[in-house]
Design a protein around this ligand. Structure first.
Ligand code: CP3
Length: 354
């Protein structure tokens, strides 16, 4: 494998010194980029794109060719696992992801298999191909949904505003929800380890919906399984630690317990100040985040000011190491790409260690 030319991202995740604060952006390959939309059109659909390693490689590299980002993220989706479990993923234009079959009854749960990783070969092939195409420019992030967030989509059959079906199961038949989470956990561990074997150099576990739970339900139904995932992952590959990031959207209240899950870094949304987060858990984990994605709708001066504010919140104690700059959630499809360039350059400039 080619030597890594820029390892600032991996070093920051391990709270090692870096010459500046590295940055990548959640959903950095996506619809705000005209070149992404062109490739997606060629592919015919989102799934046509995500299931073709050549297209995945092309779109993964697109944002890196435009911006000086410090990491690449595999182009795929968290819903590949439930799709491989036979639930039939499809997308309705403008409505987001849906499943042909849901998992709600005892019978559904009993029939649900652990995902066959062989069916996800298109993902591991994409990882290997992207690694080759990157030629060591920056590290490649692999990812998965958390067992709980995957369960939300599997039980609801798509996105949800209120998680009525998931919470009905949680309070009526917690045993069934635990059984689904157990199968998801085994699937996620095998999937992420396969991504490491294929060349992923860091991993991120997306717990997009854990924040919808009560304090106690979060610990039992989301965090407990995320902790099991972390414990099941390979620690190193190619002679280097494979750092893990855990992100619960809306998890700011629970940072102390999240910091015990076995992740090297926690991803944060924009609702918490990085200075508070660092005071609470910064001795234990690195932090990734947490600019409100809507700041990118402001002008260049606003973006620079808000980026500097996030950097200063983290480095209020004069130690800027252990921070990976990111948005607090995925970038909006309505973002002007020039504003992303302004952000990336502002973060590098303002964080350069003197
Ligand atoms: O970050 C990246 O650039 C890597 C690619 C990536 C995608 N999805 C591509 C994608 C990643 C990391 C994801 C993760 C994902 N997918 C999450 C967790 C992160 C988060 O945002 O909280 C979730 C919840 C999903 C499920 C999902 N996939 C939804 C809700 C949607 C619809 C989004 C929308 O805005 O309509 C998708 C589709 C999807 N996944 C798109 C992309 C670029 C848009 C699809 C398109 O091209 O039409």
């Amino acid at each position: 494998m080619t030597a890594l030319q820029n390892d600032t991202f991996l070093r920051a995740l391990m709270r090692e010194p870096t010459p500046y604060t590295p940055i990548w952006i959640m959903r950095q390959a996506g619809r705000y980029l005209p070149e992404y939309n062109a490739t997606r059109k060629k592919a015919g659909s989102f799934l046509g794109l995500a299931k073709n390693p050549d297209y995945c490689t092309e779109v993964t590299l697109q944002p890196l060719d435009r911006f000086k980002l410090d990491a690449a993220i595999l182009f795929s989706d968290i819903l590949t696992i439930p799709d491989a479990m036979g639930l039939g993923l499809y997308f309705v234009e403008g409505e987001g992801p849906k499943f042909e079959r849901t998992v709600r009854t005892e019978e559904d749960v009993r029939k649900l298999p652990v995902a066959d990783i062989g069916q996800l070969k298109y993902v591991t092939d994409a990882v290997a191909q992207i690694r080759r195409a990157l030629k060591g420019r920056v590290p490649l992030i692999g990812f998965s949904g958390s067992p709980f967030t995957l369960a939300c989509y599997m039980i609801e059959g798509g996105g949800s505003d209120d998680f009525r079906q998931v919470k009905t199961m949680l309070y009526q038949r917690p045993d069934l929800l635990h059984e689904i989470l157990e199968k998801n956990t085994q699937s996620v561990i095998a999937y992420l380890n396969a991504q490491i074997d294929a060349g992923a150099q860091a991993l991120m576990l997306f717990d997009t919906w854990g924040g919808a739970l009560s304090h106690s339900a979060y610990q039992q139904f989301s965090l407990a399984y995320a902790t099991r995932v972390m414990a099941g992952l390979k620690r190193s590959n190619e002679g280097r630690v494979v750092p893990r990031v855990f992100f619960t959207k809306g998890g700011g209240l629970w940072l102390e317990s999240m910091a015990e899950c076995g992740a090297d870094a926690l991803g944060l949304d924009w609702t918490i100040s990085l200075s508070e987060a660092k005071r609470r858990v910064g001795h234990k984990v690195a932090l990734q985040g947490n600019l409100d994605p809507n700041v990118l709708f402001g002008d260049a001066a606003t973006i620079e000011r808000e980026a500097a504010r996030v950097l200063d919140e983290f480095a209020h104690d004069k130690n800027a190491d252990g921070h990976v700059f990111n948005l607090g959630h995925g970038i909006s499809q309505f973002t002007n790409p020039d504003h992303v360039e302004a952000l990336v350059n502002a973060v590098h400039r303002a964080s350069a260690r003197v």
